[in-house]
Design a protein around this ligand. Structure first.
Ligand SMILES: C[S@@+](CC[C@H](N)C(=O)[O-])C[C@H]1O[C@@H](n2cnc3c(N)ncnc32)[C@H](O)[C@@H]1O
Length: 202
């Protein structure tokens, strides 16, 4: 019951909360999504913030486990015939009757901070991506600066429950590389914390 109301609240405040950051992030999102090809899996689509940015020739399967977020994304997807939204998490993609077995593109934006097990999620990305496919990544990562990194470690236990499970202390770049992904291009940049943008292959 509390979870349901909390998820509703998160879905409601997410876009206004992100508005300032999005003025910068949209550039990084667009650069990546222009490279989306073929059959695409977007993991944790949230309110559908990326939907405007896909080339119309791709077929996007967007998944989102939070029902209030899913509802917002589904409403937005009505404007995009090439985007279908499913109310499931990454754990439920394999063997799903209405989803392909493999994807030409997997999109992971601001998601590996939130999934319960980021290593397992990265392994699932690897299994779902076709051999010549691309993983498009935009994630905030634990700050490299020792001072800010320490503050993030202290703040994380308070931040995580307030921010829908988001962790400030993860190194998604390393998790993905340790899973076997190889960066074709990668950019580290600062925006409040450290961020990682990459196109990766198997
Ligand atoms: C910070 S939001 C990011 C939303 C969107 N990707 C964006 O770029 O703004 C993280 C999203 O990941 C979703 N999420 C959490 N656990 C997930 C899982 N196991 N599988 C897929 N998505 C998940 C959340 O419901 C939430 O919508």
């Amino acid at each position: 019951m509390i979870k349901k109301h909390y998820q509703k609240f998160v879905a409601w405040y997410y876009d206004p909360f992100m508005k300032g950051l999005e003025k910068v992030l949209i550039r990084y999102r667009s650069q990546l999504l222009l490279q989306a090809q073929g059959v695409v899996l977007e993991v944790g689509a949230g309110t559908g913030v990326n939907f405007d940015l896909y080339p119309s020739k791709v077929q996007v399967y967007a998944i989102e486990p939070s029902l209030p977020m899913f509802k917002r994304a589904s409403k937005k997807a009505l404007n995009y015939p090439h985007i279908k939204v499913f109310n499931i998490g990454i754990e439920e993609v394999k063997n799903h009757p209405d989803l392909p077995d493999r994807f030409d593109t997997v999109v992971s934006m601001l998601v590996l901070c939130t999934v319960a097990d980021e290593k397992k999620a990265a392994q699932t990305y690897y299994q779902l991506l076709s051999d010549n496919g691309k993983l498009l990544v935009l994630e905030h990562i634990h700050a490299g600066n020792r001072f800010y990194g320490k503050i993030q470690k202290w703040v994380n236990p308070i931040w995580r429950p307030l921010a829908d499970g988001c962790n400030l202390t993860r190194r998604q770049d390393l998790v993905l590389k340790n899973t076997g992904f190889k960066p074709v291009t990668e950019t580290f940049f600062k925006l409040g914390t450290d961020w990682y943008q990459a196109v990766m292959t198997k």
